[in-house]
Ligand binder design. Structure first.
Ligand code: ATP
Ligand code: MG
Ligand code: FE
Length: 335
């Protein structure tokens, strides 16, 4: 089974070929970060234009690297949502055109299911499983009884973890996207500014990061008022320590309560070194197997969409030529 996967939900134009849902044959990502950097974030209209220019190129490149003809493919998997509507539509229309031209079935994939299934490209997923999804737009704990089953047990009530990283990075005058820069600075620091941890209700698996973000902004403001220089590395470490401690503690509590066989991390913030180390140590202590994909599969890519699309295809899920971008699409079980 060969799946051609396409991903254009945000600011990377990506295509990949995945064999049997588990093996990457090719994985092409055209990043637009350079074009959005000077605006300090993703500009939707610019994103759409880049996708238009790049989408055919990355599809051809993915097929060329895989040394496959379209006729050898089983299906086309495409990110249906959530994401920027204009960006999603470019990928969906490219996928529909390709599927139509080569008479292939098409499968619409949820972007976050993709982030979770990036793990299937690294090791077999074992159920019941707990996924900690931490990305630019999402912070969630997802319980999975089996393939294609998703139960949202906790989510952020305000900012996503990645969003908080990017906003704090802005306060520190770091380039977009700020996550990797804060991560690097945090590791250089020998001291941390004390910032609060937001736990919410005692039994809650939800998250909240906007208070932490405000605490960082207030700290900078107060220091400015006093004419004192902030030390970016100490702020970065204080912020990261808070995010990592809350994410890790809640993931451990959920893994225990749901008695899972495996815990996985997914999404762009799962590329964070501090978080990876903390989760690895915590679950080692718990005696629960923990996995996180290599950095390249944590941030947006099409291989992960192919991995999820393959499982959906196997389960009989099919899209059609009426498919549209679904910017607010919810993560639903497909079984
Ligand atoms: P979503 O997946 O929720 O739709 P998205 O696709 O924009 O959002 P991703 O590409 O999964 O998000 O992740 C991007 C986010 O990951 C950015 O906010 C970025 O700052 C963050 N990020 C990337 N690397 C790191 C890192 N090393 N540490 C912390 N954050 C990171
Ligand atoms: Mg991105
Ligand atoms: Fe993403």
């Amino acid at each position: 089974q060969y799946i051609l996967a396409i991903e254009t939900s945000c600011d990377e134009t990506a295509a990949a070929v995945i064999k049997d849902g588990t093996t990457i044959i090719s994985n092409v990502v055209a990043s637009q970060i350079e074009s959005h950097k000077r605006f300090g974030g993703v500009v939707p209209e610019i994103a759409s234009r880049h996708h238009v220019e790049q989408v055919t190129i990355v599809i051809e490149e993915a097929l060329a690297q895989a040394q496959l003809q379209p006729s050898e493919l089983t299906a086309v998997a495409i990110t249906e949502g959530p994401g920027l509507v204009g960006a999603l539509l470019i990928g969906i229309n490219a996928a529909k055109a390709f599927a139509w031209a080569h008479q292939l079935p098409i499968v619409g994939v949820h972007h976050i299911a993709g982030h979770i299934y990036a793990n299937a490209l690294v090791q077999p997923m074992e159920f019941p499983l707990l996924a900690l999804v931490v990305s630019g737009g999402h912070t969630e704990l997802v319980y999975m009884k089996e393939h294609g089953h998703f139960e949202l047990i906790g989510e952020t009530r305000d900012d996503a973890a990645g969003e908080a990283y990017d906003k704090v990075a802005r306060v520190l005058n770091l380039p977009y996207p700020g996550g990797p820069h804060i991560d690097r600075l945090a590791h250089e620091a020998d001291e941390a500014v004390a910032f609060p941890r937001v736990w919410l209700e005692e039994d809650s698996y939800d998250f909240s990061f906007s208070g932490l973000k405000s605490a960082v902004i207030n700290y900078k403001h107060n220091m400015d008022q006093r004419g004192e220089e902030i030390i970016a590395a100490h702020v970065a470490k204080g912020f990261q320590d808070s995010v990592v401690e809350v994410l890790t503690t809640k993931a451990v509590r959920a893994a225990r309560a749901y008695n899972v066989k495996q815990v996985i991390a997914a999404g762009g913030v799962a590329a964070n070194k501090g978080l990876r180390t903390a989760l690895e140590q915590a679950f080692k202590q718990e005696g629960i197997p923990f996995y996180v994909p290599p950095l390249k599969l944590c941030t947006d890519n099409a291989a992960m969409i192919g991995a999820a699309g393959a499982k959906m295809y196997e389960a009989g899920v099919r899209g059609n030529m009426m498919m549209n971008g679904r910017p607010g699409m919810e993560l639903k079980s497909w079984i």
